[in-house]
Design a protein around this ligand. Structure first.
Ligand SMILES: [Zn+2]
Length: 69
């Protein structure tokens, strides 16, 4: 927990976000930016980058991560 004066809240949040991003690896930043569109006919698994159609199979063929309900 971090306590800051209310007038410093925005700056504290920005500083913490900046520090969090600096501590991520390039691979982690790329993974964080990924969006999986489950309505698409082909998605890229966020865990192993295997491509597959979530309408055909709800789990990734590469690692078994379940993406679709
Ligand atoms: Zn996978």
């Amino acid at each position: 927990m971090l306590a800051v004066a209310s007038q410093n809240l925005i700056w504290a949040q920005r500083f913490l976000e900046m520090e969090r991003l600096q501590n991520l690896s390039e691979e982690d930043r790329a993974a964080e930016a990924k969006v999986v569109d489950l309505d698409s006919t082909e998605v890229e698994c966020p865990a192993c980058q295997a491509a597959f159609n979530p309408a055909d199979q709800p789990t990734c063929p590469g690692c078994g991560l379940r993406l679709a309900p």
